[in-house]
Write a protein of this length. Sequence first.
Length: 279
Amino acid sequence: MRAVDVMSAPVYIVAPADNVAYARNLMLRYRVSRLPVMEEDELRGILTKKDIAYRLRQTEPMWRRRPIDRIPVSILMAENPITVAPDTSVHDIAAMMLDRDISGLPVVDEGRVIGIVTKLDIMRSAHVRGLFARVDEVMEDAVTVSRYHSLDHVIDTIKGKNDKLIVVNDNGSLAGIITESNLAFYEYLDGRMNLPRKDVTHLRKEEPGGQKRFRYVVEVSAVAEDIMSRPVITVSPGVSIQDAVGLMLEHQINSLVVVENGDIRGVLKRDDIIKEVAK
């Protein structure tokens, strides 16, 4: 099976001068996670939801931060993206994704982008139907955060190749899950790519003599529970990879939390499936 057999087409594109808000809305509308960046029919780069998600962490002072609709795609995109030919095998593409830590490869034929192969495309392919391993044979250890951890902590943790974070309650039970999509597509209160914040209102006690109360509004950073997805789709350790992939496709998700007798045993990610295809 080749790239041309499994690729997604048509390809939704943006230009380097387009703003990130437009690109983000395009991703949401068409449910895609990456956009080739084209200029005069030439592939200049690629923009992914990961690029947008990590823009959350900004070190500039608040007054210097630009709103998302004033940030050009050219600032966040990865230049000179790796491409594949239409006849590249799915096995080779899977190996390339793992080796280069990328999740999508534009398919180029005679200099023209004709499609894109993503990890989701590989999961939908016939290759997966030939996998016979069980979930507990390929799953990874779960990386957890408290539902009250700050977004700074979440972003720092998710950057360390822990692209799926399990959010737990105080007693260790499953509360939710955070992925790069949660970060990239979170609805920010001010419409800008600033760290989301919540307003907390405090009322001052009434003063003697009937003076009116004064209200103070305090801004506090949003926390893990504010952006996590729930309810969480889970799977048992003994389930086959084929059935687990079917569950992912049915619910349009790219990971499953592995639970046994109410305890979190691990997490099955799309990358774990790609590793099996690349063997």
